[in-house]
Design a protein around this ligand. Structure first.
Ligand SMILES: O=C(O)CCC(=O)C(=O)O
Ligand SMILES: [Fe+2]
Length: 218
């Protein structure tokens, strides 16, 4: 972990930073996000976990300074027709939505009026798997759209840092939690999933996104 002090976020059942939290955001420069603890029931988590055992997860190899590096996790992209995703220079074609993943997409639409047409599923086999600092701000993402992140399996720290001030916030995302990252969080903040070398349990994360359809075939 870097030396910058982490801001303390209260661990309540629901943290609201948008709407009613407008004044709070001005005062603490909090990211525009909503954390819903236990959004999925145990039964929903289990059924999704079972379904994910069948997902065709892959470990893409990306080039860093001219050298091939397999990414430290496995992933798969599901989406509507025309919602292909350009990821680290690779065109990832959208596979058809699996049943329970599609149900989760509809739940998010029902509960938060959250629209999505694609989901990136990341599986972290254990605490050695991770994700470095980044923002989800690819050009094919619909301007003004939010990103919904749902976690099942092992609890992991999720770090957020301001692009401007480098102020850091650490959340712990637990099985069943939903983190709604509201526009323009990706423009102002980065996030990362740090390694946890002692952790042996797997974790799966779904990030639902809204793409501009046929962006890559225009
Ligand atoms: O696994 C997570 O919680 C983060 C995933 C993420 O940031 C991404 O898919 O862009
Ligand atoms: Fe991300």
């Amino acid at each position: 972990m870097e030396s910058t002090a982490m801001a303390k976020i209260p661990q309540q059942s629901e943290l609201l930073f948008d709407g009613a939290g407008e004044r709070q955001r001005e005062t603490f420069n909090a990211p525009p996000m909503l954390l819903v603890r236990g959004y999925l029931s145990q039964a929903q988590q289990q059924i999704l976990w079972q379904e994910a055992l069948m997902y065709p997860l892959q470990k893409p190899v990306v080039e860093v300074f001219g050298k091939p590096h397999p990414i430290p996790r496995t992933q798969v992209w599901f989406g509507d027709l025309g919602c292909d995703y350009l990821y680290s220079g690779m065109m990832v074609r959208a596979l058809a939505w699996p049943k329970y993943c599609q149900r989760l997409r509809l739940m998010l639409q029902r509960d938060f009026q959250f629209q999505s047409n694609g989901v990136l599923v990341n599986r972290y086999a254990d605490g050695r798997d991770c994700m470095g600092w980044h923002s989800d701000d690819e050009p094919e993402l619909q301007p003004g759209s939010d990103i919904a992140s749902v976690t099942i399996g092992a609890a992991r720290d999720f770090d957020i840092r301001s692009r401007q001030t480098h102020e850091k916030i650490r959340l712990q995302l637990e099985s069943g939690d939903l983190l709604l990252m509201r526009w323009p969080m990706q423009q102002q903040w980065q996030h990362a999933l740090p390694k946890r070398l002692k952790l042996q349990e797997p974790r799966i994360n779904f990030t639902f996104r809204q793409l501009i359809p046929y962006f890559h075939s225009q």
